[in-house]
Design a protein around this ligand. Structure first.
Ligand SMILES: O=C(O)COP(=O)(O)O
Ligand SMILES: [Mg+2]
Length: 219
């Protein structure tokens, strides 16, 4: 991978943060509203990464049910999730140090997430991460969600950065497909919420921790 980069674009859930406990709580409150039993974090992890509507649909499907009309249930979920989105959610170890390092090396940083924008901003602010990012494009702020490259292209446009000057860092097939579609090299972290083994996602590189990521992106 060409080491001279101007911008690093990060996925959020499973990449910068471990958001699974709060997602699980909010999903289980939504299921309880419909008289359904809770799911475990292990059941919910592979449901994350395609946006909140899909997460809700998958949670109902896990009980063998078609989701009730998606829009009202999505609103129910967001009502449970947004005020508590950072109760237990934490950056993965090494994230803050890595963002500081990359910024000190002169890279511009951005977030490209399928998570709704409001919850994204709440989490970034609550965890003290918001000041790192020049651009944040959430799942309801893009012409099309990842895996559509339009999501990454929206980030590049707002950054004013050419695709060859950027690198995408993610944890799922959506990140890899969107990055490849946008002609942006992609690094996958091996400890996120991927449904398939990270080494099978087709990324340019798989790294096991943020120390390694730092070296790969900015020497
Ligand atoms: O599915 C979501 O809500 C967010 O997922 P992402 O941050 O991994 O894109
Ligand atoms: Mg992710």
């Amino acid at each position: 991978m060409n080491r001279v980069k101007r911008a690093a674009i990060f996925d959020l859930d499973g990449t910068l943060i471990d958001s699974l406990p709060d997602l699980t709580t909010a999903i289980n409150k939504t299921l309880a509203d419909h008289g359904l039993p809770p799911l475990t974090t292990a059941q919910i992890a592979p449901m994350v990464g395609d946006g909140a509507s899909t997460l809700v649909t998958r949670a109902f499907a896990a009980h063998g049910l078609a989701a009730p009309p998606v829009e009202p249930v999505l609103q129910q979920f967001l009502t449970h999730y947004e005020p508590h989105a950072a109760d237990q959610t934490k950056p993965w170890p090494g994230v803050i140090e890595t963002l500081e390092y990359l910024r000190a090396k002169g890279l511009i940083l951005a977030v490209c997430t399928n998570k709704p924008t409001k919850a994204t901003h709440e989490i970034l602010a609550a965890l003290g991460l918001d000041h790192f990012f020049a651009v944040v494009v959430g799942g309801d702020d893009t012409p099309a969600l990842k895996p559509n490259p339009a999501h990454i292209n929206a980030v590049l446009d707002r950054l004013g950065v050419h695709h060859e000057e950027a690198v995408m860092i993610g944890d799922s097939i959506n990140d890899v497909l969107a990055a490849k579609g946008a002609n942006v090299p992609v690094v996958v972290l091996s400890f996120g919420y991927s449904r398939v083994p990270p080494h099978e996602l087709g990324a340019d590189l798989v790294v096991d921790d943020f120390a390694m990521l730092k070296r790969v992106i900015a020497g």
